[in-house]
Write a protein that binds this ligand. Sequence first.
Ligand code: FAD
Ligand code: MLT
Ligand code: ZN
Length: 475
Amino acid sequence: MSLTDQELISHLQSIVGAEQVITAPADLEPYLIDWRKRYRGQAIAALRPANTQEVSEIVKLCAANLIAIVPQGGNTGLCGGATPNATGRQVVISLQRMNKVRAVDTSNQTITVEAGVVLQTLQEEAAKADRYFPLSLGAEGSCMIGGNLSTNAGGTSVLRYGNTRELCLGLEVVLPNGDILNSLRGLRKDNTGYDLRDLFIGAEGSLGIITAAVMKLFPIPVAQWTALVATPSAERAVELLNRFQAGASAQLTGFEMMSDESLALLKHYYPALASPLAGENPYEVLVEISDYESSEHAMQLMENILEGALESGCASDAIVASNIAQARKFWDMREHIPLAQADDGPNIKHDVSLPISAIPAFIKTCNALLKTKYPTIRVINYGHLGDGNLHYNVAGPTSAETESFFTTYSKEIQAMVYAEVERLNGSISAEHGVGQQKVDYLQGHRGNAAFHLMQSIKKAIDPNNLMNPGKVINL
Ligand code: FAD
Ligand code: MLT
Ligand code: ZN
């Protein structure tokens, strides 16, 4: 016989303690809505376990009573993956309290952390040990490493250090039946059978709950130089990237692109972050070079490449940050664009990846298609050009009209943009994931063979579909 909600709650309380089972509407509210306020759900409760054993016991109880689970980290995800559905029959498991650093191992260049460690804390813990943890993104003050792993987050240093997947050596995961899978040995080579770790990275909580991870550490660069560079077009921005790749090779650690419309929106909502470059440039690029030799060596490299770029015309103006505060300001400009968009109202978000060389054509064709049909729309595009990852966001004509524009045209605009992505052999989710936002597009995008294999994996690991159902993959 199944438990009543009250019986379930009292069992959950006996596992995690009464105060860690959140049911009061006002306290539950933040767990029921996503960062963009596009998705809202209901839940029996939000649970805040203190350790892996408690997570395992909760999962066993839920499995026995067929209660679905939504794992949640910092709740900064952009695809509605961490939001429960509307049935009110799910529980949210928040990893917030599992925020211990279990070990820092400088001999093996690793750090072992629980899933609820905030990304910025992880970076700071690495720095305390005189090491560098390179994953960096605008939400780093609140997203958590378990969420980063579950979305395989990208961010601004992928072109040098890779996505979160490449930074991970092992995981601890609570499986849908409550068993604990432990691969926290931190080995750099291990070819014993199928790679289970990589199944859970990027699974968005649909296969299990990540409770801890071993992450790679790196030496801290001796120097970093950051420049803001104006470029006359997206084509020339790609040319500029090629120059930096050829000239700086692995020392190129950041290459971000911002369109004029992104910069205008930034200036409107955050005037202190207006670009210091003169005039209105079609695109501005943020470049970072890191160096393990000396500050002078890095500066020389930056100056040489910029000199060539200005001569060739792929750069029309440039400012090299003269101190850390100015470099921070350039990064703040880039990281505040999504915040300016959030202030402006909802936008139709596209997180696409393409062969880098195809990005200018993609922007041109999509702009032409969309602006013919909706002449007054605003296209805010920016992104990680060095990774071929563009955030091509479409907003209504004015801030006041964004909500109704979003509701009316989201589906058809998304379909137009995704058709262009397919034509150019790109991906409809570069780094944010699928969540509930793109779940209906997965089969069409990946094709039947991949989709059916993914369904088989999901059914084998989670036969009762209790781990984040309705996210990533439809069964
Ligand atoms: P949540 O939002 O809580 O969850 C995300 C998904 O992972 C959900 O499906 C959830 O169920 C699942 N999940 C969370 N924790 C676990 C766990 N322990 N075990 C299993 N499943 C789990 N993303 C990028 O890739 N690059 C960027 O540059 C970037 N910039 C951003 C800037 C801003 C301002 C914002 C708001 C978001 C940005 N994001 C970016 C998106 C977001 O920050 C990332 O997706 C991040 O990795 C999510 O982490 P989180 O802890 O907030 O996860
Ligand atoms: C970014 O690159 O700024 C993030 O992915 C966030 C976003 O696209 O909104
Ligand atoms: Zn991004």
